[in-house]
Structures are given as C-alpha cells and as structure tokens.
Design a protein around this ligand. Sequence first.
Ligand code: 1GP
Length: 235
Amino acid sequence: MNKSVLKHIQSSVKKGEKLLAILLDPDKTSIEDIPNTVKRIEKLKANFIFVGGSSVKNGLTHIFVETLKKSSKIPVVLFPGDFSQVTNKADALLFLSLLSGRNPEFLIEQQIKAVPYLKNSSLEIIPTGYILIDGGTQSSVLKVSKTTAISQKNIELAIATAVAGMYKGKQLIYLEAGSGANYPVSEQIIKAVKKELKIPLIVGGGIRSKEQLKKTYCSGADLVVIGTAFEQNKF
Ligand code: 1GP
C-alpha cells in the first residue's frame, strides 16, 4: 500500500524538503497524450499529480485518472472543482472548503453532495482550507464559485482565514492565486501565513518560472502546484 499523501507531506515538512505537484486538467490534456505527459512530469521529479479543473466534462476525470494510474506510479491527488470530479481511481482527494468565499455551495453543499461517492471509496480524504488570493485575473474558480478573492494587500485577512481553517481542523491550507494568474501569491503573504500555521502550506497559481518556484519555496510554501506553465511547456 502507498504511503498516505498527507503523511508524505507532513514528513517532508518536518525534514524541510520541498514538494512539487503538477496540475492536469482533464479538459486540457488529451488521454492519448498521457504517457508523454507522465514522462515530462517524471523528469521534473514531481511528487504528486493533481487532477482537476473548475468544470470538467462529466465522467472524464474517471477515465483520465484511470489511464494516468496505468502510466505512472506518482500519487494522483484529486483537486476537484465540484463533486462530479470525484473518482475512486485516484489515491487521495483534497476535500476543499473555499474559506475565502461566502458561498455555501463551496463551503459545505458540494462536500455533502460528494459523500455518496466517498462512503465506500478507498480514497484518502484530506480536509483542506482553500483560500483565493487576488491574482489580477477573473480566474475560472472565481467565476464558478461566484466569490471574490482576498486582496494581496489584506495580509491580515489572509492570515486570519488560514488560521481559522487550521482551528477548524483542516490538515492543509492552500493559497491560490487562480490558474493562469497574472501574478502569484506574494512572498509577503506566504511568509506571513506560514509563520502562523502549524500545518503544511500549499501555494499555486501564476507560477511560471524556476526562479518564481524557488522564491515561493523560500517564502515558506511546502508544496507548490504548477499547471499552466507545465501545459505551455515552460517547465
Ligand atoms: C493551482 O490553479 C493553480 O493552484 C495552477 O495555477 O495554472 O497558474 O499554474 P497555474
């Protein structure tokens, strides 16, 4: 049996090892292209493959992850935009609550709708506080969730939201500037949030270069997620 994804993240944090996840959106990567995509991910020595998108065609995630698992030993973690993207074929699920938003649909409704799919599944379920930080674009997650992001200037609100998530029992906090963000979560916010957290910190959105990746790690991110730059062959 594979080591738990959460334990892997927690033990890496203890050892001071930084982690990388590549995000694949089943709507944007063709099934035929998976073997080639996996080779590129392995070359990058990514620790995880995240799979998800704000809206993915019904049923596609299931076949996508099934194919992915046949081509790769890298743990596959679901990062779903909604409950229809839950599939037992993956290793783990980020059970997301959109803590920066005030839309009950993404705070609790979607989670309730996911339960029938999770009850008998072997997926590792990881309670995750998901926090949108303004990345300078109207990202699809903002559109779909009908919420607003926290301003990059409002560091206190970003900290309080992350800490509230930790107090609520989330095992991970995910700071998200949005896929294809104009600018990523600022180093200042990452540093300030990390300082207050006793749980691992994920950061993603708008990270386009190795230099930016390094800065994100140095600011305190334990796990960085890259999607668009990988899709565009920039990584
Ligand atoms: C993961 O949504 C991000 O947190 C991915 O963002 O596509 O901008 O890398 P990019």
